[in-house]
Design a protein around this ligand. Structure first.
Ligand SMILES: Cc1cc2nc3c(=O)[nH]c(=O)nc-3n(C[C@H](O)[C@H](O)[C@H](O)COP(=O)(O)OP(=O)(O)OC[C@H]3O[C@@H](n4cnc5c(N)ncnc54)[C@H](O)[C@@H]3O)c2cc1C
Length: 463
C-alpha cells in the first residue's frame, strides 16, 4: 500500500489521561511512580529533530515513550527526556505480507486501531497496549505467546537508529546485525530508534477462544503448561497471598484468535480513570487476600470456556487509566524474574513461600512459562523457564528488604530480573544477571544514559 493510501492514525484517540505530559518541566513518571526525578522533557515530532533538539543541552539525554516501564529505565535524573510520542506516523503497510512500517512513537494501541479493521494483529503484545513501538523494541518485550512466538524483537524486520552525532544506520538481522542485537533490549542506550518495520499476523475476528482452568499448586501449573504448550496464548494468574491448602492456587488462562470470521472494528476508548491516589492503607494483606479469594472463586467452575473480545483477554488493566494510583503516593515496586527450567520449580515454590510469608503481595501476580525461541537482543530478559511478575506496594522498611531478598534468591537459582520492571536491584545483582552488560556498554551512545544504567553500572558519564 503506498504511503498516501494509509490513513493517518489520529494520535488524539489516546486521551491526554493516557499520555505523559508532553512539554516543559512537567514530571515524567514511570508506571511504578518510584523513583521520581526532576528532568527536562524535550518533545520530538519529526525524525530529523534528533539529535538537533538536544544540541547544547547538559546532563545527557534519554529517548522515552509512554513511561510504561515501572522503574528508572525510562528516567534520567536532572537530564533530558526526549519524548517520542509526538513522532507517531504510520509510514507504510503491505497487506500481502503484513509488514508495517511506523515511527517509533506510535503506540501499540494506535497500531491495533489501524490493523484490526484490516484483519491484522500484533505478533507479540504486553499486558498493556499503551506502549510505543520504540519502547517495545528497547525492552524487547514479551507476551502471552512467548513460548511459541518469542519476543517482540523476533518480529522486527528493520529499524533506523540515529546517534547523537547525527549518524544514521538501518539495522536488521543481516544489516549491521550487531547494532540490531544491541538495540533490541538495549534500554534505549544505543541511540534513537526513529522508525521500525514489524511483521503483523492475520486474524479474522476480534474474538479469542478462551479457556480458564483452576489449578492448585505449582505441579498442576506445570502439568497444564506441558499439556497446552502448543496453544498460542497461555498465562496464569496466581494467588501470592495464600498459604497452607491454598498455597500457589491460580487460574491457567489459554486462548487463541477465533477462526470463525467475525467483527473487526476498532476498540472503543477507555472511559474509566482511577480518580485519585488511594491512601496508603488501602492495599493491605486483608484487602489483597479478600481480592484473591474473590478472583479465584469468580470462576465458579474448575474449568470455563468462552468467546471473549481481545481487549479483556490481553489488556484487562487498560480499562482503567492510571490504575497505578491505587498504590497511593509512595508508588509500587514491580518484581519479575525468569528462572531456567533446571531450578524453576523449586525456585518458584521457595520464592512464592517467601512472598506469602511477607504479607506484602499484591493481587496482580502473573506466572508463565517462557519458551525456547532465542531472543534477538543482547540484553533481552526472557530465557526458557518460568517467569513470575508481581507488584508490591512501597512500604518503607518492608518492601525494599523483601525485594532485595527475592533478587538474591533469583540469583541463587540461576535466574535474572527484568530491567523494565525494576527500581531496586543492586549493581552486583544486575551484573551477575547480565554478564554481557559490558558488551552493551560498548554500543552506548556517549550522550545517552538513564538513571537505571547509572544505578546498575555505577557509570555516570560526564555530560
Ligand atoms: C500494565 C503493564 C503491563 C505490562 N506488561 C508487560 C508484559 O506483559 N511484557 C513485557 O515485556 N512488558 C510489560 N510491561 C512493560 C512495558 O511493556 C515496557 O516497559 C515497555 O518498554 C514500555 O514502553 P514505553 O513506550 O512506555 O517506553 P518507556 O517506558 O517510556 O521506555 C522504555 C525504554 O525504551 C526506551 N525507548 C523508548 N523509545 C525509544 C526510542 N524511540 N528509541 C530508543 N529507545 C527508546 C527508553 O529509553 C527506555 O529504556 C507492562 C507494563 C505495564 C504498565
Amino acid at each position: 500500500m503506498p504511503l498516501s493510501a494509509v490513513p493517518a492514525v489520529a494520535s488524539d484517540r489516546l486521551t491526554s489521561e493516557a499520555l505523559p505530559q508532553p512539554e516543559g518541566q512537567a514530571p515524567f513518571e514511570s508506571w511504578g511512580r518510584f523513583p521520581r526525578y526532576p528532568g527536562r522533557i524535550v518533545p520530538m515530532h519529526w525524525q530529523q529533530d534528533f539529535p538537533a533538539n538536544i544540541a547544547g543541552l547538559h546532563n545527557g539525554a534519554l529517548p522515552v515513550g509512554m513511561g510504561r516501564s515501572y522503574g528508572d529505565s525510562c528516567l534520567l535524573k536532572d537530564g533530558n527526556l526526549v519524548l517520542t510520542t509526538g513522532m507517531n506516523r504510520l509510514l507504510h503497510f503491505d497487506p500481502e505480507t503484513g509488514i508495517l512500517t511506523a515511527e517509533a512513537g506510535l503506540t501499540l494501541a494506535q497500531i491495533l486501531d489501524f490493523a484490526v479493521p484490516r484483519g491484522f494483529f500484533l505478533p507479540v503484545t504486553p499486558g498493556t497496549k499503551y506502549v510505543t513501538l520504540g519502547g517495545a523494541i528497547a525492552n524487547d518485550i514479551h507476551g502471552k505467546n512467548h513460548h511459541v512466538a518469542g519476543t517482540f524483537g523476533n518480529h522486527v524486520t528493520r529499524f533506523e537508529l540515529v546517534r547523537s552525532d547525527g549518524s544514521r544506520r538501518i539495522c536488521s538481522p543481516t544489516q549491521d546485525p550487531d547494532w540490531f542485537s544491541a538495540t533490541i533490549g538495549g534500554l534505549g542506550l544505543t541511540g534513537m530508534i526513529t522508525w521500525a518495520e514489524i511483521r503483523l499476523k492475520p486474524i479474522v475476528s476480534r474474538m479469542i477462544d478462551y479457556e480458564g482452568i483452576q489449578f492448585h499448586g505449582i505441579d498442576e501449573f506445570l502439568a497444564l503448561t506441558e499439556q497446552y504448550r502448543n496453544v498460542e496464548y497461555t498465562v496464569s494468574w496466581i494467588d501470592c497471598a495464600s498459604t497452607g491448602r491454598n498455597f500457589a492456587r491460580g487460574i491457567f488462562m489459554l486462548g487463541d484468535h477465533s477462526r470463525v470470521p467475525g467483527e473487526l472494528k476498532p476498540s472503543p476508548q477507555p472511559r474509566l480513570v482511577f480518580p485519585f491516589e488511594a491512601p496508603g492503607f488501602a492495599l493491605n494483606h486483608t484487602t489483597v487476600s479478600l481480592f484473591n479469594t474473590a478472583f479465584f472463586h469468580k470462576q465458579m467452575k474448575p474449568r470455563v470456556q468462552a468467546l471473549q473480545d481481545y481487549e479483556p483477554f490481553f489488556y484487562p488493566l487498560d480499562k482503567v487509566l492510571h490504575w497505578n494510583r491505587m498504590y497511593g503516593k509512595s508508588g509500587l515496586l514491580q518484581f519479575q524474574y525468569a528462572i531456567p527450567w533446571e531450578s524453576a520449580r523449586e525456585a518458584t515454590i521457595t520464592i512464592l513461600g517467601e512472598i506469602a510469608k511477607s504479607g506484602l503481595a499484591s493481587f496482580l501476580a502473573v506466572l508463565k512459562a517462557f519458551g525456547d525461541v532465542p531472543s534477538p537482543g543482547l540484553l533481552s530478559f526472557p530465557q526458557p523457564g518460568i517467569t513470575l511478575a508481581l507488584d508490591f506496594p512501597i512500604k518503607a522498611d518492608l518492601t525494599f528488604p523483601l525485594v532485595e531478598r527475592l533478587a538474591d534468591m533469583t540469583l541463587y537459582f540461576g535466574g535474572r530480573l527484568y530491567p523494565a520492571k525494576d527500581a531496586a536491584m543492586t549493581a552486583a545483582q544486575f551484573q551477575s544477571f547480565y554478564p554481557q552488560w559490558e558488551q552493551l556498554a560498548r554500543f552506548r551512545d556517549p550522550v545517552i544514559t538513564s538513571s537505571f544504567w547509572e544505578r546498575v553500572t555505577g557509570d555516570r558519564p560526564a555530560l
